[in-house]
Design a protein around this ligand. Structure first.
Ligand SMILES: Cc1cc2nc3c(=O)[nH]c(=O)nc-3n(C[C@H](O)[C@H](O)[C@H](O)COP(=O)(O)OP(=O)(O)OC[C@H]3O[C@@H](n4cnc5c(N)ncnc54)[C@H](O)[C@@H]3O)c2cc1C
Length: 596
């Protein structure tokens, strides 16, 4: 009910402030053609549009299905509330038989941003970049130009670091559009988390520098404590460029491709129930994200032949679109109870004092990104390369026991009886969470069309834990999280694990490997880092959809620039990685078209 209430507040607010200050205007007269047509104003699309419109001779149309973000979407701690609104496409995966078992109908939620700024408007804002082996691996798969050395300069180019003590680090950029800072406000638990790192002989500091593993406070894509979405970072500052047109609440239904020449020449989109056709003189750039980019390609005749034929879609190019889906599965269900008021319990933070802190000073608990305060990159016993962590522990100073308003469990689609059994007995009590995240999963899922109707949800199959090595590694991650959460540094608050057993796992010995495996399969959560569905690879790779310059195989003038091109998921949160992809893609496009 609370998320619904929140939606009502949003609607009310939007009626009053139809064009938020600083927003890019919605174009009233869409022209018949542009040099470039970009689909999706998310993390990838926003960057590409910014960089392409640097060339004042080029005209660019950006088409976004969602609307403008507002002041309320800026508040970092309210992320779970935003997820319950129309800023989220609201996808759920198809019922899983080996995962998501405690979610309604066995379906995990897969939120995706539907807004100027895309998923960066609903994400948790944690800034990480991955590790050298991530990108060297991409390059070794036959993708020249994507090694760590190659991509590092683009991470630097996009970044504007403002944390005083790492400002001078040669691993952080200054002068980029994307602000990176560290929340000023912290619970005392956060320091204990870092101390636990030392207890366990891990270094602490900045995990985006040289140190491959270690415990640190989070870096965030925020500015003065407020969310900095990709649109705020890359589009609003250039809103006066006359060669950029943006059309909002406009849903692309098809990419237009000549079936004989196989040249993409424009797109079809719908706005206010009216159909528009717009031409691209140079290129169509698809940045609709890892779920909608494959959907649009398939709707336009590019995808697995048999699947398209079964949908009655004429096949223009037979490619493995929608395959190779990867995500960072996690288990966010641990709750470490503490005997002091040191954690985030929702009702405590409704006090006006905290709102004041946020709105006036850009400080206080509302600046915490989705409630995360620390991250640790660690290795399980299965990891063969210690320079390339296979597990992340995300420290959150709250837990499901503090979710008194229900927004958190709603965003995971957790079933109510599960909540009642495991968390209700401690509802409103102080607790924190350490969330193990599987960084280098072996399982692969896929995306399919539900129908030919572009307004129907795609079918999403994550296949979490299909590869049993993933489950074994997750069990190790959970045990590490328990070691950290019940460790020495937290003892001053008498930290102890919630003793309630997960329904469906009661027959197993509490704390045994098989118990934790069962828990992971029941309370399957994820970091919403879906990637890989339009895989980048060499022409010899039968699964590749785009080449290393991000051009769709077999089709001219069509490129994909978003999370879907990643061949392998990096050991990182994905927003900064997509921004890097956008920066690099823009240079590739400029190389090809400038001077022609
Ligand atoms: C809840 C949540 C928390 C996350 N937390 C973090 C985090 O803390 N740190 C981090 O690094 N990453 C995080 N991520 C992941 C990260 O935000 C995404 O990987 C990244 O934003 C994806 O960028 P993208 O450009 O690929 O897609 P998106 O940003 O999703 O952009 C796609 C855009 O295309 C639009 N679109 C789609 N279809 C159409 C169409 N047919 N017509 C017109 N427009 C269309 C969409 O509305 C959207 O605006 C999180 C994600 C979620 C969901």
């Amino acid at each position: 009910q609370q998320p619904l209430f929140f939606q009502t507040i949003l609607d009310f607010y939007r009626d009053f402030f139809q064009i938020p200050p600083g927003a890019v205007p919605d174009v009233t007269n869409v022209k018949k053609s542009y040099d470039f047509v970009v689909i999706g104003a998310g993390s990838g699309g926003s960057v590409v549009v910014n960089r392409l419109t640097e060339n004042s001779n080029w005209s660019v149309l950006l088409i976004e299905a969602g609307r403008e973000e507002i002041l309320l979407t800026d508040v970092p701690l309210l992320s779970s509330y935003i997820l319950g609104t129309d800023y989220n496409w609201g996808y759920k995966v198809e019922p899983q038989d080996e995962a998501c078992l405690s979610m309604n109908d066995g379906r995990c939620s897969w939120p995706r941003g539907k807004s100027m700024g895309g998923t960066s408007v609903i994400n948790y804002m944690v800034y990480t970049r991955g590790f050298k082996p991530d990108y060297d691996h991409w390059a070794s798969l036959g993708n020249p130009g994507w090694s760590y050395e190659d991509v590092f300069k683009y991470f630097m180019k996009s970044e504007q670091i403002t944390v005083p003590y790492i400002k001078k680090s040669k691993y952080h950029g200054r002068g980029g559009f994307l602000n990176v800072e560290r929340p000023m406000w912290r619970t005392p638990l956060a320091r204990a988390f870092l101390e636990m790192g030392k207890e366990l002989n891990y270094p602490s500091g900045d995990t985006d520098g040289l140190t491959p593993t270690g415990f640190s406070y989070v870096l965030t894509n925020t500015k003065d404590g407020a969310r900095q979405s990709a649109s705020k970072a890359f589009l609003r500052p250039i809103r006066n460029r006359v060669n950029m047109h943006v059309t909002k609440r406009s849903t692309v239904t098809k990419i237009l491709i000549n079936p004989t020449t196989k040249i993409a020449y424009g797109v079809e989109f719908v706005k206010n129930n009216k159909k528009y056709v717009v031409r691209a003189k140079k290129e169509v750039i698809l940045s609709a994200g890892a779920l909608n980019s494959p959907q649009l390609l398939m709707l336009s005749g590019i995808g697995p032949k048999e699947h398209l034929q079964s949908m009655g879609i004429p096949v223009i190019q037979d490619l493995k679109v929608g395959h190779n889906l990867q995500d960072h599965v996690s288990m966010a269900g641990l709750a470490f109870l503490v005997n002091d008021t040191v954690s985030i319990v929702e009702q405590r933070y409704r006090h006006p004092r905290y709102f004041f802190d946020y709105w006036v000073n850009g400080d206080g608990p509302y600046t915490l990104p989705g409630g995360a305060e620390g991250v640790a990159f660690v290795s399980t016993k299965y990891n063969e390369n210690r320079l390339h962590p296979d597990m992340e522990l995300v420290f959150g100073p709250g837990a499901f026991t503090g979710d008194t308003g229900g927004s958190l469990r709603a965003c995971f689609n957790m079933n109510e009886s599960f909540y009642q059994s495991v968390y209700k007995p401690f509802e409103g009590k102080d607790a924190f969470n350490v969330v193990p995240v599987l960084l280098r999963p072996k399982s692969r899922g896929f995306v399919r069309l539900r129908s030919k109707n572009p307004f129907h949800w795609p079918l999403l199959y994550p296949n979490y834990y299909k590869d049993k090595r993933d489950l074994r590694a997750m069990v190790e991650g959970i045990k590490m999280a328990v070691t950290v959460g019940t460790g020495k540094s937290f003892k001053k608050w008498n930290s102890r694990l919630n003793p309630m057993r997960f329904p469906g796992c009661e027959h197993l010995v509490f704390g045994s490997d098989s118990y934790w495996a069962c828990c992971a399969q029941h309370l399957t959560t994820n970091l919403h880092h879906q990637v890989g569905t339009c895989k980048m690879g060499p022409s010899t790779d039968p699964d590749a959809v785009v080449d290393p310059r991000l051009r769709v195989y077999g089709i001219e003038k069509l490129r994909v620039v978003d999370a879907s091109i990643m061949p392998v998921i990096p050991a990182s949160h994905t927003n900064a990685v997509v921004v890097m992809i956008g920066e690099k893609a823009a240079d590739l496009i400029k190389e090809e078209w400038e001077g022609r």
